[in-house]
Design a protein around this ligand. Sequence first.
Ligand code: GH3
Ligand code: MG
Ligand code: MG
Ligand code: MG
Length: 309
Amino acid sequence: MSSPPGQLSERVRILVVDDQAANIVQIRHILGTELETFAATSGEQALDMCLAAPPDLVILDMRMPGIGGLDTCRRLRADVRTQAIPVIFVTAATSPEDEDACWLAGGSDFVLKPINPTTLQNRVRAQLTLKIQADQLRRLAYLDGLTGLPNRRSFDERFGIECRRAFRNKTPLSILLIDIDYFKLYNDHYGHIAGDACLREIGHCLAESILRPGDLVARYGGEEFVGLLSETGHAGALRVAQAILDRVSQAKLGHAASPIGSTVAVSIGVATRIVQQHELVHEACHSLLEQADRQLYRAKQAGRAGAAG
Ligand code: GH3
Ligand code: MG
Ligand code: MG
Ligand code: MG
């Protein structure tokens, strides 16, 4: 079958799950070779594969030994890492109760055995089209269009999640507020288009400096960025801040109008806290950001191109 319209450059990957090898062979044959298909013969194996490398679509047998199709689907829906993967159930069960159960478990569609190849191909195409559109919307909603980094909305959502996690685990949480120095003068000197390119470069430097899985760097707004470092104490956060200062300095982006040097530099405010029992989590989040903002102000007052915290 041909790919759905609007497909992005990566190849579409479909996971076919059935306890009977013959059914897998038949489904893969119907889908053809243009789409990349791979197979699992149990719910357990399918869940592992979905976590390791989420496919664009799962075609799921309803009745299997071990974790059945319904439970597999429920578990996919319950995990943020897999909840957006569409699932088409394939089953010989024809009762209305069985069909209801598939939808209630979070199925996106339902195809009966024996499989009508045209039906399966069209259902797959429809789900993939929806998936691609949903991915595009997610990208628009959560990524900054200029730098490609997560945007303020991404940060706000993750910040709430990480604050609650830090509170539960009694682990420290650190924030870095990163602001480009004398960026107005940069724009005035080089123009806004060059200014945009500079923002992209700085975003790239930050993404390279904040690499630990679970950490986040986002464009906070304008020429300000924010780093969210989970399970990181103050000393660790200051080390990351220094790594950012070094990385930006190594990039040697010319800034002929800068009063403090010939290249673009940033100032960083660092704040850390362990969320205490008696505090409301959102108040702790708020005060952590305020603290980072105060430290950023101190770094600016201290002459810029440095970190305070
Ligand atoms: P400071 O060292 O105190 O931070 O000075 P500054 O000039 O960097 O700070 P100020 O807040 O005065 O100016 C920020 C500038 O960032 C002004 C604004 O035009 C520019 N800016 C914000 N967003 C963008 C953008 O998306 N593209 C470009 N080119 N410039 C932007
Ligand atoms: Mg079966
Ligand atoms: Mg600013
Ligand atoms: Mg600035």
